[in-house]
Write a protein that binds this ligand. Structure first.
Ligand code: MN3
Length: 222
């Protein structure tokens, strides 16, 4: 099994003017494509890993031979995170969550506006390249949290299920927003896909502890 670049669920210009077409083209067609190509290349010498999903590899890095581990971590992470990210945006977003997700955001952050401020502040404070996430605790109360990861790490590795994600690498915004990451993070709400976030939030079985199941769950949406 070769890993493949997923199709975008919309065209490159669909998120204009908030995310420009050229950024989308380079981001999907070059950056994400290179993570997929580099992942396939890193796995080439290890046939025992060829049937594994990218998420399984991330969750089981200790079973990846040491000489390939860093390349697999970076490129499987890049592949998984971008696959989630394309679906975290939509040209037809309704602008705000409704139902149980909206109620839980109010419960855990005070209000939608407070959540958005927390999310943007976390993304803005990230030093270097990384991601900002809305996650749900897999155990216990299912509390929502804002967190960041550096490089292409994914919070699922530490038991946090991703609900919504934004890419805070410079390649996600530099052509349109130059160095103004805070402006990009603010603009991004115009395309945040609350329908997808709701779907992920309401999905049954999100708190299963079994890694293979997690792999199936995440990559099905990827
Ligand atoms: Mn990116």
């Amino acid at each position: 099994m070769k890993h493949t670049l997923p199709h975008l669920p919309y065209n490159y210009a669909a998120l204009e003017p908030h995310v420009d077409a050229r950024t989308m083209m380079l981001h999907h067609g070059r950056h994400h494509a290179s993570y997929v190509a580099n992942l396939n290349e890193a796995l080439e010498p290890f046939p025992e890993l060829h049937e594994r999903t990218a998420l399984w590899l991330l969750l089981n890095l200790d079973r990846v031979p040491e000489e390939a581990r860093i390349a697999v971590r970076n490129n499987a992470g890049g592949h998984v995170n971008h696959s989630l990210f394309w679906r975290a945006m939509s040209p037809a977003t309704r602008g705000a969550p409704v139902g149980p997700l909206a109620d839980t955001i109010d419960r855990d952050f005070g209000s939608l506006e407070q959540f958005k401020a927390r999310f943007a502040a976390a993304g803005g404070a990230l030093f270097g390249s990384g991601w900002v996430w809305l996650t749900r605790e897999r155990e216990g109360s299912g509390r929502l949290q804002v967190c960041t990861t550096t490089g292409h790490d994914n919070p699922l590795v530490r038991g946090q299920f991703p609900i919504l994600v934004n890419d805070a690498w410079e390649h996600a915004y530099y052509l349109r927003h130059e160095n103004r990451r805070d402006d990009y993070l603010k603009d991004w709400w115009a395309v945040a896909n609350w329908q997808e976030a709701t779907r992920r939030f309401e999905r049954p079985g999100h708190d299963s502890a079994e890694a293979r199941e997690r792999a199936g769950l995440l990559m099905e949406t990827a």
